[in-house]
Write a protein that binds this ligand. Structure first.
Ligand SMILES: C[S@@+](CC[C@H](N)C(=O)[O-])C[C@H]1O[C@@H](n2cnc3c(N)ncnc32)[C@H](O)[C@@H]1O
Length: 277
């Protein structure tokens, strides 16, 4: 139920979490002091170097940033990868005015001649077959309820041997897999407590209530894909999984999770390159 009392049905997975409006979880996160550098700097650089280390240059290529959200990574890629074109697409229109304001506030050129944005459907990306050299998806696939359809669409738009760069952090079964670490910084609470308790806890700690509902949508948008399932789905969709870098730190295994898969608990995230066959 919305703050006004009307029933709320999210139009897209994640609903208010990602609608980009002031007061949404995505906007709240993008205004955290570390967010800009983590995305314009670190994330964009990691895409570029993870590809370059395998001889995949983005310079002169057509790059599509799938699920670009606030567009900060797309801007970093447009400025520093040398790509001929960076097209950021998302289910929600990217707020380009807000992006430009944030860039200016950080002393960065707010636009780029090789950058544009478009709105996509859950399984429809608005570009022709075989028209993209590299697709990047940073922190996106873990928010797609069921992604074989989206993987087929990525396969459709890539050229043969085109590259799909995927980054996911955190995977649901890992310590911070609830995606709630800025508000509930307790490892594995979501696996121990279950969905209803997590939603109640969000509503108890996040203010104002409108932001709390958006954060509930953020939690509800998370799928429960494991690294093994991700790999299998990529192969099924016609990709060759070429390089995989796990993200894992030491964990303390809670008593309630002694029977869980240790590799699922410990692998917090992944960065990978898949090649379109
Ligand atoms: C956690 S945000 C990440 C945004 C951005 N990549 C970043 O790292 O800041 C996930 C984004 O994926 C988008 N998304 C979810 N499903 C999608 C789909 N099927 N196609 C395109 N975008 C999608 C959401 O709207 C949201 O903006």
């Amino acid at each position: 139920v919305s703050p006004g009392g009307a029933p709320y049905a999210p139009a897209v997975p994640g609903g208010r979490a990602f609608d980009g409006s002031a007061g949404s979880a995505a906007r709240w996160l993008s205004e955290l002091p570390w967010w800009w550098e983590a995305h314009y700097g670190d994330a964009a650089d990691r895409v570029i170097s993870f590809c370059a280390d395998d001889g995949v240059a983005l310079a002169g290529r057509r790059v599509l940033d799938l699920g670009c959200g606030d567009g900060i990574i797309s801007l970093g890629l447009a400025h520093r990868s040398g790509a001929a074109e960076v097209l950021g697409v998302d289910l929600q229109p990217t707020d380009e005015a807000h992006l430009a304001d944030m860039a200016t506030a950080h002393g960065v050129e707010p636009t780029a001649p090789n950058l544009r944005f478009a709105v996509s459907g859950p399984e429809e990306i608005p570009v022709p077959d075989g028209s993209v050299d590299t697709v990047t998806a940073w922190s996106v696939l873990e928010h797609v309820p069921d992604f074989p359809g989206l993987l087929s669409e990525v396969h459709r738009i890539l050229v043969p041997d085109g590259i799909f760069f995927v980054q996911i952090w955190p995977l649901f079964s890992s310590a911070h897999g609830s995606h709630l670490f800025p508000w509930i910084d307790e490892p594995f609470h979501h696996l121990r407590d279950g969905d209803e308790a997590v939603r109640a806890r969000i509503r108890g700690v996040v203010e104002p209530p409108e932001l709390a509902e958006s954060v509930v949508d953020l939690y509800d948008s998370c799928n429960r894909v494991t690294l093994d399932e991700l790999g299998a789905q990529l192969v099924r969709a016609g990709f060759f999984v070429a390089k995989v870098a796990p993200e894992a730190d030491a964990i303390h295994v809670p008593a309630a999770l002694q029977d869980a898969s240790l590799s699922d608990l410990v692998v917090a995230g992944v960065t990978l390159l898949a090649v379109r066959q």
